[in-house]
Every structure is written in C-alpha cells, then in structure tokens.
Ligand binder design. Structure first.
Ligand SMILES: [Zn+2]
Length: 273
C-alpha cells in the first residue's frame, strides 16, 4: 500500500507538471470510486477548473481548484497516478482518466479497486480527523510520548492508526520499530522515555529515507512517469521474512497483527511487553 513516502513522491512529481492546468474532461471507469458528490456531478464540476495547488495530508492527495473546491484522492491498497500522453486510453484497472489542457493527462490506475475520490468544498469532512503529520514541525518526542501514554495497544498498531499519526502504514511502521530496536507487540504505554526518543528518530529517518528513494516499489507502486522507487532496497525488515537480519544475522520473523504481516528481528527487537 502506498504510504507517506510514496504519496509524497507522487505529489512532488506530478505537482510541477499539472499546477496551473485545467480539467477538460473526466473519463470515469469505476464510478464507485467517487464517494462525493454523485459520479455525474463529480465529472461535470471538475471540467473547466484550474489546479491551483497540490499537497499531501497523511496518505491523501489534495488538489485545490480554482472554483474553491478540493479534489481529494486516496490510493488505498494499490492505486497509482500516472502522467500519460493525451493520446493514451485506459489500461486494465484504470479507474479514471483526468484529461487536462496541454500534452498529457492524469490516469488513476487501481488494480485492487479500493481507491477513493472526493470533490468537496470542505476538505475537513475527509481529512479533518487525521492525526499529526510525522514530518511536520510539531511532531516532537514529547508529542509522540503524549500519544502513546494513554494507549494499551501494541505499538505497531498505534503507529498505523491514522487518527494518531497520519501517513505511516505497515511497511514504514515495521521499519521505524526496527530502527528504534523496539518489539512491534510492545504496549504503546510501556515505552520508556529513551525508547520514545529512539522511535521518534526512527519514524523521521525511515520516512525521509523513503521519500529520498522515491518510495518503495514492492507491489503495484509506480511513480507518475511509470518508473519504480528504490526505498524497498534499503528495507531492513519489511518484506524480508526469512531473510537474515543485516545487523545480527538472525532470520527476520513475521507475525500477523490485526490481519497485517508484521516483520521484525527477534534478537535486535527483544520482546519486552
Ligand atoms: Zn537482528
């Protein structure tokens, strides 16, 4: 699933190409992807609007439009945004094609078909309840500690809770916990001050590293030009089940936590629940 570094990369790479351009048509192949308004109104209202600004909040992409509305996309499990020549039609799994004035268009391709779109006057209805941005200036070890102290859930579960911290998912949670040498099942409220500081550093480090390497192409993720990211080449535990820990040589373990595969090194991240 695309997480903060993948969505940030997509934003960084599409923004300079589409800012200031107008929607001239919308081809919708999966109307169910539109959560607000009706699919017909979604297509009609986009046409003629100029893209004024593009930003990311958590795992959401937001486009401020000249008419005052905001187009919001969530890529969910497998969505990608591709910039394609204006002559290109849909491929398998294309949910929508946004035709823009100029030479190329934006294709929303979504193999698993969970991706979602909104066109709204009030972005807070979609992103208003998201937690803190982990790469923002207000994310400090003290703030992280305040988020953890009342929570008895496994720290891995809390890291993936979008209402607590926005943008971290399965891969980067595993990587951050390995960087901090914390067992993923340790209770959030049981972390020491030292562990909280290590975890804070680990979160920032793995997310910044993911952005620097343009995201992790482990599953369907592609960059807007169709190219791959390289973040997965640096992964220490995520997607490495059975491979050797790069620090101690122990085999990377996998457990299922709330239905998600959780990867860790039992020696580097000792169980101290
Ligand atoms: Zn190890």
């Amino acid at each position: 699933m695309p997480e903060l570094p993948e969505v940030e990369t997509i934003k960084n790479e599409v923004a300079p190409q589409i800012r200031g351009r107008r929607f001239v048509g919308v081809e919708l192949f999966r109307p169910k992807a539109v959560h607000e308004p009706s699919p017909e109104a979604f297509c009609q209202r986009l046409i003629g609007q100029e893209i004024m600004a593009i930003w990311r909040r958590g795992k959401y992409l937001l486009f401020r439009l000249s008419g005052g509305q905001t187009l919001i996309l969530h890529l969910k499990m497998s969505g990608v945004l591709l910039l394609r020549d204006a002559s290109c039609g849909p491929e398998n799994h294309t949910s929508a094609i946004f035709r823009l004035d100029g030479d190329n268009d934006l294709h929303f391709v979504d193999q698993r078909r969970f991706g979602a779109m909104w066109l709204t006057e009030d972005q807070n209805r979609v992103v208003g309840k998201l937690g803190i941005e982990p790469l923002g200036p207000s994310f400090t070890p003290a703030v992280l500690g305040n988020l953890l102290s009342p929570r008895r859930v496994a720290i891995k579960v809390l890291l993936c809770d979008q209402h607590a911290i926005a943008g971290i998912g399965n891969m980067y949670a595993d990587e951050a916990l390995f960087a901090a040498r914390i067992h993923p099942l340790k209770k959030a409220n049981a972390l020491s001050t030292d562990e909280i500081e290590r975890l804070h550093r680990g979160i920032v480090k793995v997310l910044q590293g993911g952005i620097k390497r343009k995201g992790a192409s482990v599953n369907t993720y592609r960059r807007p030009d169709g190219g791959t990211g390289k973040a997965h080449l640096e992964f220490q535990v995520a997607h490495r089940r059975g491979e050797s820990c790069l620090y101690c040589g122990s085999p990377i373990q996998r457990v299922s936590l709330r239905g998600r595969g959780t990867h860790f090194c039992a020696r580097c991240q000792p169980d101290g629940a």
